[in-house]
Design a protein around this ligand. Structure first.
Ligand code: PLP
Length: 387
């Protein structure tokens, strides 16, 4: 028997990938499965982005790039941040990484160690809790509540800070709930954090271009008073339908940026060059396809939320951002896990149990509406039938 590091036993997972594998197995057995499980756009990457990736390969960009990313791409990220959030960021603070996840990994490993506490959203993206446990730190859940539209309550977050708190993770718009935290709460949170100058903040803003009903995204970058301890995570996966390209970035504070680059050198050297050229085309090219995708998500959102609320035993808050609906299903009498299994095995609908996103997700189930209106309608019809 090999003797491995015991921290491996504490590593969790993202069940969306397991449900995807099970759904694919059922499809290979000839079953009809509608996938509302995995959180990725059902659209292809827009053509001009794909073409830029291909062109870069034909032009001979086959080698390593700087570990922190192509200078032109880092500059383009700064321009994009100026356009979207009206903030000035120096390109030396940008580190390009393979997707959104590496920034989480680096940040949590920078701050997590036995004795340290890290606050994270629950229900929330499952990798936060997994990595906190892996690092040996104590995960302190910030419970997000249905009655607040799953937004963060600043006072509650601040009341959970102790002398052991090293890092607070926030995510708005949020996975799995679709919740968006209003600017007023973020203002309060930032003012309260002034009292805790040694606490770092990881703001996961990967859904920052997906807010509905005229809501405007508030980026934590817009608060100069916390810039020296803010890590802002964003990327191309969701906005540009580029999940498989593996491309993301973070804005790092001066104190941490060289550590982040050194982690890149130790981990993956650099992101593959053609993905970076494609990412550059995404940021600098036309936005018509992006706007079309967003408008399709918005149409589907209205339909799924309204239809979920008509299924007996379901109650669904409005999804304010991202592409997830997170209905409460307690009144069906099913646990989240039962619902996930029954929906997949009996109705042929892949959805993810709320408990996959933490204990506070019991009684809920996540549907991704990154699928066609026909499929969404058929999926909900099948679920209502088996219930
Ligand atoms: N952050 C959140 C909140 C997510 O939902 C996801 C993916 O689902 C990620 C980060 C990771 O994105 P990527 O696929 O680019 O690693």
């Amino acid at each position: 028997m090999l003797k491995t590091n015991p921290s491996l036993e504490r590593l969790g997972t993202e069940s969306a990938f397991e449900v995807l594998a099970r759904a694919q197995e059922l499809v290979s057995q000839g079953k009809s499965i509608i996938n509302l499980g995995i959180g990725q756009p059902d659209f292809s990457t827009p053509d001009h982005i794909v073409e830029a990736g291909i062109k870069s390969l034909k032009d001979g960009h086959h080698g390593y790039t700087p570990a922190n990313g192509l200078p032109a791409l880092r500059e383009a990220v700064c321009e994009d941040l100026a356009r979207r959030h009206s903030v000035r960021v120096n390109s030396k603070n940008i580190v390009i990484v393979p997707g959104g996840k590496p920034t989480m990994f680096f940040t949590i490993l920078m701050f997590g160690e036995p004795g340290a506490e890290i606050l994270y959203p629950n229900p929330g993206f499952p990798i936060y809790e997994s990595l906190i446990k892996y690092s040996g730190a104590t995960p302190i859940p910030i419970a997000l509540e249905e009655e607040n539209g799953f937004a963060f309550q600043a006072e509650k977050v601040l009341s959970q800070i102790t002398p052991r708190t090293r890092l607070i993770i926030i995510n708005s718009p949020a996975n799995p709930t679709g919740g968006v935290t209003p600017k007023s709460e973020i203002d309060k949170l930032v003012s309260g954090l002034i009292e805790h100058p040694n606490v770092a903040i990881l703001s996961d803003e990967i859904y920052s271009e997906m807010l509905y009903d005229g809501r405007k995204h508030t980026s934590l970058l817009q608060y100069p008073e916390i810039r020296d301890r803010l890590i802002m995570l964003d990327g191309w996966s969701k906005t540009y339908a580029m999940t498989g390209w593996r491309l993301g970035y973070a804005v790092w504070p001066d104190q941490l940026v060289d550590h982040a680059t050194r982690l890149c050198i130790n981990d993956h050297s650099c992101v593959n060059a053609s993905a970076q050229y494609a990412g550059l085309a995404a940021l600098t090219g036309p936005r018509d396809d992006i706007n079309k995708m967003f408008s399709a998500f918005n149409d589907r959102r209205k339909i799924i939320v309204s239809k979920l609320n008509k299924i007996p035993g379901f109650r669904c808050t409005n999804s304010a951002g991202a592409f997830y609906a997170f209905p409460n299903i307690e009144e069906t009498g099913l646990t989240s896990r039962n619902a996930q299994d029954r929906f997949l095995n009996e109705a042929g609908v892949a959805a993810i149990a709320g408990t996959s996103f933490g204990n506070s997700g019991e009684g809920f189930i996540r549907f991704s509406y990154a699928n066609s209106i026909e499929n969404i309608e058929e999926a909900l019809f099948r679920i209502e039938n088996i219930l």
